[in-house]
Ligand binder design. Sequence first.
Ligand SMILES: NC(=O)c1ccc[n+]([C@@H]2O[C@H](COP(=O)([O-])OP(=O)(O)OC[C@H]3O[C@@H](n4cnc5c(N)ncnc54)[C@H](OP(=O)(O)O)[C@@H]3O)[C@@H](O)[C@H]2O)c1
Length: 277
Amino acid sequence: MDSSLGVVGLGRMAQALLLPLIKSESIPIGNICAVVKSAASIKRINDQFPKGFKVFTSEDQNAKEVWKSSIVLLAVKPQQLNEVITSTSLNQLLNPNTLLISVLAGVSLKKLQKSFPNQLCVRAVPNTPAFVGAGLTGISWGKGVTTKERLLTKELFSPVSEVLELPESQLDAFLALTSSGPAYIALISEALADGAVAAGLPRDLASYLAHRTIGGTAELLNQKDLHPGQLKDMVTSPAGTTIAALRELEKAGLRSALIEAVIAATERSKELSALSN
Ligand SMILES: NC(=O)c1ccc[n+]([C@@H]2O[C@H](COP(=O)([O-])OP(=O)(O)OC[C@H]3O[C@@H](n4cnc5c(N)ncnc54)[C@H](OP(=O)(O)O)[C@@H]3O)[C@@H](O)[C@H]2O)c1
């Protein structure tokens, strides 16, 4: 990638994207710069990033370089966006046709295009498994984004995630499943471990086994392209242990609770997007 990349906000998500990108050398480190809010963050970032990485505070005059990059990755918290827009004379800094990629949850393409009317806007929804290179990123393209910019955007996310192009109308449900999903699975993992502790296993072992069972099951479903029902039937023998457990899960309404959870998260995401417009 011979573009320059400016990163606005270098917290957990932007770091998860940037470090593998720098490591893969798909973009020279000299072509990247970032801006953060506080001087304390600069020290922490300098400790984590390779030598030669440029990071400034928003007060620093050099921070203008970030906005002049050909690609700008917007990765502040959604509630920090207005401050970023109003505190920076963006119209003087941004080039027309800068590729502006936002990972801000609940900030719509409409809002982005209103805030950056001369730029090419992209809305991306990454998830936390990206921190270990196993993420999913849903992407919706704003007006005028060409094949070239689509490829550049995908290059940015592909070192840490699978990239899926989606209409923006599907992003709320995508987020409800993939971005909030790690919390649902973490809850399930914790509860499974609690069950095993109640049944007599030591805590560390129970937690390890719960995580590995979830990871291994997901791997099996993916690799063998199995329907979840097929896998359930494979491990459920007549009058056996699994059917005794499944009976309890159905009685407690696990399936219905998970369906309602994804719907509730989708509705909340829609509400937040509407507030951001
Ligand atoms: N984390 C996730 O799992 C996840 C998943 C999907 C999407 N996202 C999205 O990613 C975005 C960032 O999330 P995060 O968890 O990485 O947040 P975070 O860790 O709080 O990072 C926010 C960054 O923005 C910087 N910042 C704040 N105000 C600024 C300003 N005026 N100018 C320049 N930089 C400023 C902060 O600087 P300081 O360090 O100096 O405070 C910090 O580096 C959010 O919009 C979120 O919706 C996150």
